[in-house]
Design a protein around this ligand. Structure first.
Ligand SMILES: [Zn+2]
Length: 300
C-alpha cells in the first residue's frame, strides 16, 4: 500500500491490485464529507482500509463509495467497504446495479473473460442491499468545502461506464474510459474487454472527451495524469491499431491465437520487468478477445 498525495482534497491509495504496485488506486475525496472513488477488488480492501487509517479517516466518516463501472477491479471491494462503512451509499450505473445485489452472474462472466490463471486475483463480490445503491449516472454530489462531484457518462470500455468531474480541480475521474496509464511500467493503452466492449461507443466517448476542458485525468490504473490530450490521442491510435490487427486476423481466419495478436499490439521484450509483462500480456489478450467479439457481433 502506498499513499499518493494528489491535490489538497484528493488522495490516492495504491491498493496493490493484482498484487502489483502501481496497478490500481482508490481515490479519497474530502470535503466536509468523504467519498471513495473506485474500490479495487475484495483482495485490495485491506490495503485501502490501511490507507484510510494512515490518513486518519474513520470508517464512519465515509458517506459515499463511487464506482465507474461494473468490472471486478472497480466494484469488487464495494460490498466489503460498505459492510464496515455504515453511513455510505454505493454508486453504480442503474443498468448494472442488480449485479451488486446478486453478484453470481457477474462473477461467472468475469471468470470467463479473464481466464483461469488471472481469476483468483479478482477475489469475490459481497452482495449489497438494494437500498444502499444509487445511480452513478445521476451523481451530483456536494461534499462541502467547494468539493463537487458530477457524473459524465463515458460508455465504450463498458456500456455502463461513468466518469466523474471533480469541479474544484477541473479534473475527471476517468476510470477505464480512456487508457490505462501504468506509468511505472511505461504502459499506456486502452482496454477493450469482452463481453460488452463497443468500439463505436468508445471512439465517440474519446471524441466527446476531446471537446471538454479537462484539467487532468485521475486514472484508476493508476494515478493522476496532466497530459490529457496526449492520452486521448494515444487512446484513439491504440484503439484503431487494435481494431486493424483484429480485423486483419478475422479476414485471414487467424483469430485463434489471441496471445500472438496481443503481442503484436503490445510488444514485450525478454528483459522486461515481470509485472510489465504480466499486465501487457493479460490485458492485451483480454483486449484482443473483446475486440474480436465486438467485430464478430457487428459482422453478424
Ligand atoms: Zn474495466
Amino acid at each position: 500500500m502506498e499513499i499518493i498525495p494528489v491535490d489538497d482534497h484528493i488522495t490516492a491509495i495504491d491498493h496493490n491490485l493484482l498484487n502489483i504496485p502501481g496497478a490500481g488506486v482508490s481515490y479519497v475525496v474530502r470535503g466536509d464529507d468523504v467519498a471513495i472513488i473506485e474500490t479495487g477488488t475484495s483482495l485490495t480492501v485491506e490495503h485501502t482500509l490501511a490507507g484510510l487509517d494512515e490518513l486518519g479517516i474513520s470508517r464512519d466518516a465515509v458517506g459515499h463509495i463511487i464506482c465507474t463501472h461494473i468490472h471486478m477491479d472497480h466494484v469488487g471491494g464495494a460490498g466489503y467497504l460498505a459492510a464496515v462503512m455504515p453511513r455510505a451509499s454505493v454508486y453504480i450505473h442503474s443498468m448494472t446495479a442488480e449485479h451488486l445485489v446478486e453478484p453470481s452472474k457477474l462473477m461467472s462472466s468475469v471468470r470467463r473473460a479473464v481466464g483461469e490463471i488471472a481469476w483468483p486475483l479478482h477475489g469475490d463480490i459481497k452482495p449489497i442491499e438494494r437500498e444502499r445503491l444509487r445511480p452513478a449516472e445521476d451523481l451530483c454530489l456536494d461534499l462541502g468545502k467547494d468539493v463537487l462531484l458530477e457524473a459524465l457518462p463515458t460508455p465504450g470500455h463498458s456500456p455502463d461506464h461513468v466518469a466523474f468531474w471533480d469541479r474544484r480541480s477541473g479534473g475527471l475521474f476517468i476510470g477505464d474510459g480512456a487508457s490505462l496509464t501504468h506509468t511505472r511500467y511505461q504502459l499506456d493503452f486502452p482496454v477493450t474487454p469482452p463481453p460488452a466492449y463497443d468500439l463505436e461507443q468508445h471512439l465517440n466517448t474519446v471524441k466527446m472527451l476531446r471537446q471538454q476542458d479537462i484539467g487532468r485525468f485521475y486514472v484508476t490504473h493508476a494515478g493522476p495524469r496532466d497530459d490529457v490530450s496526449h492520452i486521448l490521442q494515444l487512446t484513439e491510435e491504440m484503439l484503431r491499431s487494435l481494431a486493424e490487427i483484429a480485423q486483419d486476423a478475422l479476414a485471414k481466419g487467424q483469430d485463434e491465437d489471441t496471445h500472438a495478436l496481443a503481442a503484436r499490439w503490445l510488444p514485450c521484450a525478454e528483459d522486461d520487468d515481470e509485472n510489465r509483462k504480466f499486465l501487457a500480456r493479460n490485458l492485451g489478450d483480454l483486449s484482443v478477445r473483446g475486440m474480436l467479439r465486438y467485430l464478430k457481433k457487428r459482422q453478424s
